[in-house]
Write a protein that binds this ligand. Structure first.
Ligand code: NAG
Ligand code: NAG
Ligand code: NAG
Ligand code: NAG
Ligand code: NAG
Ligand code: NAG
Ligand code: NAG
Ligand code: NAG
Length: 431
């Protein structure tokens, strides 16, 4: 006997009814939830299938509707870099599953200077490190996405031979998804030009080791020891940069030959010795002035890459030692390691000049992350004055080892993954 029902039949009824209603509602909720879930699965499944299909170059959708493969790419939420994340702060983690992103053999555009394996380097650990920012993930590099984002655009890397490696790294990362007949490569000194025809994308390199004009501007026939920079002259180069959609600048090691550098400002017959830091600042200001008069930030994106570190003296990371970067197999794992190869004064100058330009230039501060990579240089497995080292030279890493340039695949791939992340940021799909 239920006292409730007896003392108050209507209430009891209501309660009972209410109870029944609840049960019914529950099962209806369950039922409708079930339907929603089912429908969601169907919708998500189809969307997923369509996306996968669109990504695949042999999609039957394309075959059915005659779409071209080049419309297949979507920049997703996971590709968007978190605004608050400092991608330059983090650590290298071992990842021999995803890295390297390409191989020496798979990329026909690598020059002898960077193909360390082919040149005799026996370890390849340096190819297997992934840069992991502390507070976010970098989007996974996807060449088709990049080509889609860059459709009908020109990208130009401007700088010295380190920058040339960055350019080569980029085209190696991109070229594998393009069939042979749809890509081309040309040397037109001081430029190198890679084109992906179907996308109308052009990835280019421009030799300008000081960014401003100098006597070292010939792409191959330039003096290494005698340097003379025209600190206020840029026009000879910059006319080739105008209208380029994405510009990536870099200039560092050529300045660092000696504490002073011969340069002119104004009258080109008046050569004076300048402190390197003073000269660097003046050159960068010339560049900034060019930027402010010639760059249209609504249409063009400009990046400036910080100095690529050198690892000339092993005592800096291993106090007891007396070597170079030769035979270094692993990155430095000391947090915030900073060697003497990366001049803090130059860093400050770059920061200063760029902050005056503000939001319209993106600073790629790759120095710290590259500082850890004492293992990534070409050492004796590169070139010297355009020639591979002889057996005798190889046996003398102290005099002939190169601790400035990087093996490819290698560290510059990471710089490009970061550039990729910035290029994808804010990209609107136009499908
Ligand atoms: C599709 O892509 C794969 C791997 O990316 C490639 O081997 C194949 O040749 C491509 N097929 C066509 C028709 O482009
Ligand atoms: C990858 O690294 C792991 C851990 O060092 C090792 O056990 C494995 O053999 C490596 N795989 C390849 C393909 O090199
Ligand atoms: C191809 O790209 C260039 C810029 O690199 C652009 O000026 C030109 O209009 C593009 N062509 C087409 C057909 O869109
Ligand atoms: C290289 O440049 C120097 C000085 O400008 C010139 O005398 C020499 O003929 C050039 N060499 C070649 C191979 O072009
Ligand atoms: C500057 O040029 C003069 C004359 O050629 C030379 O004697 C001097 O060593 C040069 N200075 C530097 C820092 O290279
Ligand atoms: C050049 O460098 C020297 C030594 O570092 C310093 O004493 C001097 O003040 C600098 N001169 C200028 C003009 O910056
Ligand atoms: C670049 O990063 C380093 C290391 O985090 C930092 O010390 C330096 O100030 C940064 N440079 C600029 C111009 O922000
Ligand atoms: C950046 O470019 C935009 C668009 O041209 C301009 O309005 C803005 O003032 C520029 N920002 C700075 C700091 O110069």
């Amino acid at each position: 006997m239920l006292p409730n029902v007896e003392s108050s039949p209507t209430g009891g009824y209501m309660e009972q009814n209410h109870f029944l209603m609840l049960v019914c509602e529950d099962s209806r909720i369950i039922q409708s939830v079930f339907q929603v879930v089912l429908v969601s699965f169907l919708v998500l499944g189809s969307v997923r299938w369509i996306l996968d299909e669109l990504k695949s170059n042999e999609s039957c959708i394309f075959k059915l509707y005659g779409f071209k493969q080049k419309q297949a790419v979507f920049v997703t939420k996971e590709d968007q870099l978190d605004d608050s994340c400092n991608v330059f702060e983090g650590q290298w983690v071992w990842d021999n599953v995803s890295y390297p992103l390409y191989t020496e053999k798979s990329c026909p555009y690598l020059v002898k200077q960077t193909t360390c394996q082919r040149n005799g380097r026996s370890d390849s650990y340096y190819q297997n490190w992934r840069w992991q920012p502390s507070s976010c993930d970098l989007p996974r590099f996807d060449a088709l996405k990049l080509l889609d984002v860059l459709r009908n655009k020109r990208v130009m890397f401007i700088g010295d031979s380190v920058q040339r490696s960055t350019f080569e790294s980029m085209i190696c990362m991109v070229q594998s998804v393009i069939p042979d007949k749809k890509k081309s490569f040309h040397r037109i000194p001081p430029m190198k030009i890679f084109r992906a025809e179907e996308y109308n994308v052009s990835i280019e390199y421009y030799w300008a080791p000081f960014i401003v004009e100098s006597i070292s501007d010939h792409a191959t026939n330039h003096t290494v020891h005698k340097r003379l920079v025209n600190l206020d002259a840029i026009e000879k180069h910059s006319k080739s940069w105008e209208g380029v959609d994405v510009l990536v600048f870099e200039s560092y090691v050529w300045w660092m030959h000696q504490p002073k550098i011969n340069a002119t400002f104004g009258d080109t017959s008046e050569v004076r010795e300048y402190n390197v830091t003073t000269a660097y600042r003046m050159a960068l200001e010339t560049w900034a002035k060019w930027f402010e008069t010639k760059i249209n930030p609504a249409k063009q994106r400009v990046f400036f890459t910080s100095m690529s570190p050198t690892h000339l003296w092993s005592w800096e990371w291993n106090p007891e030692s007396d070597g170079t970067c030769y035979d270094e197999l692993y990155p430095i794992d000391k947090q915030s390691y900073w060697g003497t190869g990366s001049n803090q004064e130059i860093m400050k100058i770059v920061g200063n000049v760029l902050s005056k330009i503000g939001e319209n230039v993106t600073f790629l501060n790759i120095t710290q992350l590259s500082e850890y990579r004492k293992d990534g240089h070409t050492t004796v497995y590169g070139e010297r004055r355009g020639k591979l080292l002889t057996k005798e030279q190889r046996a003398d890493p102290k005099n002939y080892g190169d601790c400035i340039h990087w093996c490819l695949p290698g560290v510059p791939d990471t710089w490009n993954e970061i550039l990729y992340a910035y290029l994808l940021r804010g990209h609107q799909n136009s499908f």
